[in-house]
Every structure is written in C-alpha cells, then in structure tokens.
Write a protein that binds this ligand. Structure first.
Ligand code: BTN
Length: 339
C-alpha cells in the first residue's frame, strides 16, 4: 500500500487569533470598518488594531486605510496550492512530507531543526514569507509575502562531507532548467549558487550540511526565487541588480507550478548524481556559466584576487586564470565582476 502524502499547514505564531479576527471583520464587511469599531469588537486599543493592519499588509493583504472611514480589505495574498504541488510530485523523493508555513523565520532554519530530529530525506519546508530569510555569506534574503518561492528540502545523500558542496551545483542546474520552462529566457548560474537572467539575479541557493568526515548526515538545500515580485517590491538597493520571472516574461507565473517543476527537476538531477556522480550536473553548469571568461574579483582573507574566470573543475571549484599562465582554484568565496 502506498503511504499517504503528509501536508502540515502551520500558521505562524504571529498570526494570532486577533489578526484572524481583524481579517474576518474586514472580509465580512466588504466595506470600510472604522478602527474604533474594530477596537470595540476586539477589546483592544486602536493603536493595536493599526499594528495588526500593518502586519497583515506585510503578509500581502492589501488593505486601504482612509481617515475617518477606517480600513477596507481590497485583496488577499494568493497562496500556493499544496494540492497542486503534491499531485505533481507524487511518487518522487520530494512527494511525501510537506510543511507549509504562512510565515516563518527561515525555511532553512526549520528544515535543519527537522533534519536534526530525524526528518526523512525529501521533507520539504515551504513558506509564503520569512522574517529572517538567510542568504549565503551571512546575507539576508528578502521577498514580499506570496510573491516568490521560499523553500528548503532535506537530503540524506550517501556522500563524504568533501563532496556535499557539489549538491549546490546540482540544485542550481535543476533550478535553471525548471525556470526556463516558465519564462522565455535563458538562466545562467553565477558560481556557485546564484541564478541569473541577463545580468540580474532571479534566485539563489543556500546549502547547509551536517555530518562526520566520511559521511554526510543531512543536507538542507534552501532556494529563494523571485517569481511574481514587481520592480517596486524589490528592496531599493536591489532594483538595479535583481529581477523576477514576472518582470522578465511580462506576466504572472503560477508559483505552485514552478515549485512542482523545481522539485521534479531537483529529483531528476539528484537521482543522477546519487547513482552516477556529478558529471551531468557539472556539464550542465559549464553550459550556463555566467562568469566564464569574464574578469572577476574573488574576495579572500588576504584580499581580492583578480583574474579571468576559467570555468569550474570536477570538484566544483572555481578556476581563475591569473597572469603568467597561473590558474588558481577557489572552493568558496564571494565573486564580483571586475569593472
Ligand atoms: C543566496 O543567494 O545567497 C542564497 C539565498 C537563499 C534563500 C533561500 S529562501 C528559502 C531558504 N530559507 C532561507 O533562509 N534561505 C533560503
């Protein structure tokens, strides 16, 4: 008998009963409701009502506020359809256990906690929004609620720790192929984990790993992808360097379908790598190498190293051509295009 798919819907602890009620009041009214009326019904101050409204807006609820009239609910965030995702991923490694959060600190943090407590390979943690989304090298990952894809998967690959980082390459290649099914554009990969369309970043991958030297215990692969994010919703500092599938293709994209496609593609590449090694992923990466032949600067503890990007080696390390025919390899580091 097949085991059933488990989808656990987890409401954020912030999404208190009170906020639910604020939403219920606005939904029922379909018109303006004064802050005073809500504060009377809920038995809280008008300031507290305002705070709830502010936090609901942050979660993607569109609420108009007009002085002396109050608040009106205009639109609710469009949620992922887990029914769609589970139907598409049935019978795959990622098809058995989903934890869907309305809001979470970080799907990677949650997936790591689950992995430490023994969650099986293929567990998927997905969220509509994150309060402390994490990027590589201690950076933040921000995404407006309900507009992007934010998820992490737990893997338990039979690999030595020294090879685990190659799964970032596997994930990046899998993501690039899945994204191309939804936008008329090519996706390039900036070593080791950035997904680019043209000269703008559309997504990124954060891999975290735990284990002993000879054997990985778990890997958490977290992916953030800008799907329906509008230009005006990007943080100001990223408006010249980031993009979204909607910005590229000109129309909204079904996030549930993109999530399913990403998981299916990841399963295909992960299976190939587990059975036969990383050749397929490395070859696919090389065909999408954003940095190849460009002059780059790699940040190291001793300062920046400038040279021409010369691809990656079979261990996934970045190769940089230096003067006098010297080639140096980097296993980690921050890379920028040298202007
Ligand atoms: C990067 O580009 O530096 C990597 C970004 C990875 C972001 C994703 S969003 C889902 C998952 N949870 C996190 O906290 N981070 C990853």
């Amino acid at each position: 008998m097949e085991s059933p798919v488990s989808v656990t819907y987890i409401e954020s602890t912030n999404m208190s009963q009170r906020k639910q009620t604020v939403i219920d009041i606005l939904r029922d009214s379909r018109d303006f409701v004064s802050g005073e009326a809500m504060s009377d019904v809920l038995g809280i101050s008008r300031n507290a009502v305002h705070k709830h409204i502010k936090s609901l807006r942050k979660r993607g609820y569109s609420i108009t506020g007009v002085s002396r009239r109050g608040y009106r609910l205009e639109d609710e965030p469009c949620r992922l359809s887990m029914a769609h995702v589970t139907a598409r991923t049935e019978k795959t490694v990622f098809g058995h256990s989903f934890r869907y959060h309305d809001e979470i600190e970080s799907t990677n943090i949650e997936a790591k906690a689950l992995a430490t407590r023994g969650a099986p390979e293929g567990t998927v943690v997905v969220a509509e929004s994150q309060t402390a989304g994490r990027g590589r090298l201690g950076r933040r990952w921000t995404s407006p609620a309900g507009k992007g894809l934010l998820f992490s998967v737990v893997l338990r690959p039979p690999l030595p720790m020294s090879e685990a980082h190659l799964l970032t390459i596997v994930a990046a290649v899998a993501a690039a192929e899945a994204i191309e099914k939804h936008v008329p554009a090519q996706v390039a990969i900036k070593w080791p984990n950035d997904l680019f369309i043209g000269d703008r970043k559309v997504g990124g991958i954060l891999m975290e790993v735990s284990g002993e030297q000879d054997e990985v215990d778990w890997v958490v692969l977290g992916m953030g992808l800008n799907v329906n994010t509008e230009y005006s919703e990007l943080p100001v500092a990223l408006r010249r360097t980031a993009t979204s599938l909607k910005m590229v293709g000109g129309e909204a994209v079904d996030r549930s379908e993109v999530l399913a496609a990403l998981l299916l593609s990841l399963e295909s590449h992960y299976k190939t790598a587990s059975r036969g090694g990383f050749e397929r992923a490395l070859t696919a990466f090389r065909e999408r190498d954003y940095l190849l032949s460009r002059t780059i600067s790699v940040e190291t503890r001793q300062g920046p190293v400038v040279g021409a990007a010369a691809g990656i080696d079979d261990r996934g390390a970045l190769l940089v051509q230096l003067p006098e025919r010297r080639v140096r390899s980097f296993h980690s580091g921050d890379v920028t295009l040298h202007s």
